[in-house]
Design a protein around this ligand. Structure first.
Ligand SMILES: Cc1ncc(COP(=O)(O)O)c(C=O)c1O
Ligand SMILES: [Zn+2]
Length: 399
């Protein structure tokens, strides 16, 4: 039986996928690694195969993969010049099969579900995780059920619905729904792999390993990540911690978690030096993918960020929308508003004199702008109209 551990009270528990939280501290439980000798298998094809020794799977079945991971890291040299930045790179997770980092978690959690004998899986999501979970369920031949909030846009519902899950628009509080999903899963035999699922978190470690390999076997000084429920950044930190444990790294990068000011429960607790966060009242931000007023991994993120010398930062909608346009029109990278928070945070650090001249940053770009085109304000993008016969004159004027 797999063991899960609590990083707060250090106790271990047998795996129960319907209750992946510490019975004493209520914090998310994480996988306790059993493999003592681990190495990267760089001659293999899939990311899950390359990092197999670090994953809690008895064996990798390539049929469950959609070729996620192995995403590029791109130097942002034009923004670097514009803003006088030290070396800055983007790890582009938009290039995953369903256009977000969630696929790295889904591929591991779905294989785990199959190995545990589940025929049905589920998740609750406002967008990216819905599409990712439904796609990997389809690939594995599992039934899936997706609960979405009642205000989820039609575009997002279709982007998940196309994979054939049972989709339910749910009225009511998202936090209540989060807990209810586990209970429904327990009674109906559905593995709800939600945002801080311990096997999703294991999948996110691969991003840390790839960053390490792509930076020539070194860690950057800063890894900057958008944070909502907390699962992604917990996985990234765990990945770097395991590299350190195995002697690959002398020290860890500083992790900067970024939230939108209009929904920033973890950043607010960090600023106020509180040990735990409290629910954020009246969340309001255009960065819908990271708008969670009551993040289930929030306290664990606070603890890990503090222990590793990082910080939580909040940026305004104006700052993140400006950063989104900068990434697109200076670097050719169109990400969603949630991802753009990381550039806004870097520019904030630079402005505050907090970046050393030689410190290297990796911005983790978590989701594609193509899924959130409706969030671009139309007055920020100019276009002209002309009859074909008038084009010559118009071009002479405007180009
Ligand atoms: C694009 C994007 N970025 C970041 C996040 C935050 O990830 P987490 O909830 O694991 O903190 C999400 C979560 O849905 C997301 O969709
Ligand atoms: Zn505990």
């Amino acid at each position: 039986m797999e063991r899960l551990g609590c990083l707060v009270c250090r106790k271990e528990f047998d795996l129960n996928v319907h209750s992946p939280f510490c019975p004493e501290c209520a914090e998310p439980l994480i996988v306790v690694s059993k493999k003592k000798v681990r190495k990267f298998h760089l001659d293999r094809n899939l990311a899950v195969e390359v990092f197999e020794d670090y994953l809690p799977l008895d064996k990798i079945d390539p049929h469950f993969s959609l070729q996620e991971g192995d995403t590029p890291i791109i130097e942002l040299h034009r923004l670097r010049k514009d803003f006088g930045l030290p070396p800055t790179f983007a790890k582009n997770e938009c290039l995953n099969p369903t256009a977000s980092f969630k696929d790295r978690g889904s591929v591991v959690a779905v294989q785990k579900a199959v190995s545990l004998g589940f025929k049905s899986i589920g998740t609750i999501s406002t967008g990216n995780m819905a599409g990712s979970t439904a796609a990997y369920a389809a690939k594995a031949g599992l039934k899936s059920v997706i609960f979405v909030k009642e205000d989820t846009t039609n575009e997002k519902i279709m982007a998940a619905g196309v994979y054939g899950p049972v989709l339910v628009k749910v009225r009511g509080d998202y936090g209540v729904l989060f807990r209810a999903s586990f209970e429904i899963g327990r009674r109906q035999g559905i593995y709800f792999m939600n945002s801080v699922d311990p096997f999703r978190i294991e999948g996110y470690k691969a991003t840390a390993f790839e960053i390490f390999l792509q930076m020539e076997s070194r860690a950057p000084d800063y890894v900057i990540v958008p944070v909502s429920a907390g699962g992604h950044i917990i996985g990234l930190i765990k990945g770097f911690l395991e590299l350190k444990e195995d002697g690959y790294l002398p020290h860890l990068p500083a992790f900067i978690g970024v939230q939108a000011k209009g929904c920033s429960p973890i950043a607010r607790a960090f600023e106020r030096k509180k040990p735990t966060f409290s629910r954020f009242p009246n969340p309001r931000t255009v960065a819908h993918a990271i708008s969670n007023p009551n993040p289930p991994g929030g306290n664990l993120v606070l603890k890990l960020i503090r222990e590793t010398g990082g910080a939580m930062i909040a940026v305004s909608d104006a700052e993140l929308l400006k950063a989104q346009r900068l990434l697109a029109d200076r670097e050719g990278l169109f990400c969603d508003p949630a991802s753009a928070t990381v550039l806004a945070a870097l520019l904030k650090l630079k402005k505050g004199g907090k970046l050393g001249p030689r410190s290297t940053s990796v911005l983790v770009i978590t989701g594609s702008g193509l899924k959130t085109v409706e969030d671009l304000s139309s007055d920020s993008i100019d276009y002209h109209e002309a009859a074909v016969g008038d084009l010559e004159t118009l071009m002479a004027d405007i180009f």
